[in-house]
Design a protein around this ligand. Structure first.
Ligand code: UDP
Length: 369
């Protein structure tokens, strides 16, 4: 048996790293391929977990309207690799163009597909776009759906996926963030070169902001920036590498002295900053999950989430993108930290990579409890 794991973006690299480690840990030969969608960020994220891509493709994302060409590029570049490597199965993660392209290429060659983080749905095809449609399509193409939660499994069963092909394994973000947390929690921000210049250790309050969803770029992002202007604390915002997003944020926040805009942070610096922050504002899927694992109060800058499990603990709240709502909620939470009222681990126990590894290791046998 040989597995081929494909990742394209930073979040896929972070979440698939524990799966690759889990597979290799039980001796399953695993070829790790990067598609080129986020070439630098994905490779750097893999390196945090001691992984190097075995094969690097160059299907690079070029801009906002390049989804079609990127999809075509991923399919064209991964197809010969699949033919050459002839894996027993291909594993993809989540909802990116890379994941859909790799799944379509595998399907064309009749190679079975395993989908990690299957069954997430907002129920609205346009939010987030294209992720919601990508994840529905990838689940349809997949032989095995690795659902992160019971809710995701139930969604897949309702959609008609056969019971024995839907496995609840947890979300590998828990494995990833716990692994990095152990490395960084005893460090000061000043020990991380990317954070050192900003004296974050001495401040009483820090607010972390991240935003990158396509549907927020434009007026919603301008409203988010207007809210950030009103926040009465130091705001640190590592910018996603999208030139249009960066242009709007720099324009809207010019002269706002309490705001520090940074280039993308390494994953360890990001986790350190999350641990340091009193409040997190984000439209990211991964950051909502990490904040819930780390117990950081988080306002989600979206109307809908495909991860309602993280809302149940009371520390993560959907706030939307209206300026007044965001500013009021952030100010309230800076004054009074919300209390957590559910302390179970909604996203799993941090052993998802190991579980998927063991499952493939037992030659596609049943999942042991
Ligand atoms: N992240 C990071 N550095 C940054 C911003 C984000 O390492 O400067 C990590 C973050 O902690 C999370 C992942 O990247 O694990 C989230 O990626 P993103 O928000 O781009 O995508 P999404 O999760 O929304 O698909």
């Amino acid at each position: 048996m040989k597995l081929l794991v494909v990742v394209g973006t930073r979040p896929e690299a972070i979440k698939m790293a524990p799966v690759v480690v889990g597979l290799r840990g039980v001796g399953v030969p695993t070829v790790l391929v990067t598609s080129g969608q986020h070439p630098r960020l994905a490779t750097e994220a893999l390196a945090v977990f001691g992984l190097t891509p075995d094969i690097r493709l160059e299907a690079t994302e070029r801009g906002e309207n390049d989804l079609g060409p990127l999809l075509a590029d991923v399919i064209a570049r991964i197809s010969p690799v699949l033919t050459e490597e002839a894996p027993s199965a291909v594993l993809v993660h989540g909802d990116t163009t890379t994941a859909l392209g790799a799944a379509l290429a595998a399907m064309s060659l009749r190679i079975p597909i395993g989908h990690v983080e299957a069954g997430l749905r907002t129920g609205d095809r346009s939010t987030p776009f294209p992720e919601e449609l990508n994840r529905v399509l990838i689940d349809r193409l997949s032989t095995w759906c690795f659902a992160p939660t019971r809710r995701a499994r139930e969604i897949l069963l309702r959609e008609g996926h056969p019971e024995d092909r839907v496995l609840t394994v947890g979300n590998p973000i828990v494995d990833a963030v716990r692994y990095v947390q152990r490395q960084v929690e005893l460090t000061a921000c000043s020990q991380h070169p990317e954070l050192a210049p900003f004296d974050l250790d001495d401040l009483s309050e820090v607010v972390l902001v991240t935003a990158h969803r396509r549907e927020n770029i434009g007026p919603p992002l301008r409203r988010i920036c207007a809210a950030v202007r009103k926040i009465p604390a130091r705001v640190v915002w590592p910018l996603h590498p999208n030139p249009e997003l960066e242009r709007i944020v720099r324009e809207e926040l010019e002269g706002a002295e309490h705001v520090t805009l940074l280039p993308p942070l390494s994953y360890p610096a990001m986790v350190r900053l999350m641990l340091r922050s009193q409040v997190v504002l984000t439209d990211s899927g991964g950051v909502q999950e990490e904040a819930s694992v780390l117990g950081r109060p988080t306002l989600v800058l979206r109307e809908l989430t495909e991860r309602p499990e993280v809302l149940e603990g009371g520390l993560v709240k959907l706030v939307g993108t209206a300026t007044a709502d965001i500013a009021a909620a952030a100010t309230t939470w800076l004054d009074r930290t919300p209390t957590m009222h559910a302390d179970d681990a909604p996203l799993g126990d941090g052993r998802t990579g190991e579980r998927i590894g063991r499952w493939f290791g037992s030659a596609f046998g049943p999942l042991s409890p």
